[in-house]
Design a protein around this ligand. Sequence first.
Ligand code: FES
Ligand code: FES
Length: 150
Amino acid sequence: MKIRMTINGAAQEADVWAGESLLNALRDGFGLPGSKNACEQGECGSCSVLLDGDLVCACLVLAAQADGHEVTTVEGLADGDELHRVQRAFVDAGAVQCGFCTPGLVVATVDLLDRVPRPTEDEIREALSGNLCRCTGYAKIFDAVRLAAT
Ligand code: FES
Ligand code: FES
């Protein structure tokens, strides 16, 4: 089936099969591998994207459900060569090790700061509780969120 959606501000269309996830379609159909595929069960947050402005796990959304909607992926955050302030904060805080979790954490942080520009410690932990990182121990990730919020 053919689906059409606006991805990172541009109208796109692709052929998908009826049971295909939005994550798979983004990565394979639309050529956007920034959203990572780890658990495919909604457990790790590495596939986080914004669907009509709401944070979702792209592995839990059917591509067909996104037909006619707006999707923002990590690829859509930077302005040309200029990193989004959240991306810059992750770099500056040293919050990236292997980097596999980073796209999802960045998208989740963008969502948090759009809703809560000056989050408390508890709000940061709650907002990122669905994003797993096996490398950093989270301290530098939380530093990055605080830095992006300043
Ligand atoms: S791949 Fe979607 S939550 Fe893990
Ligand atoms: S930096 Fe490696 S999983 Fe988070």
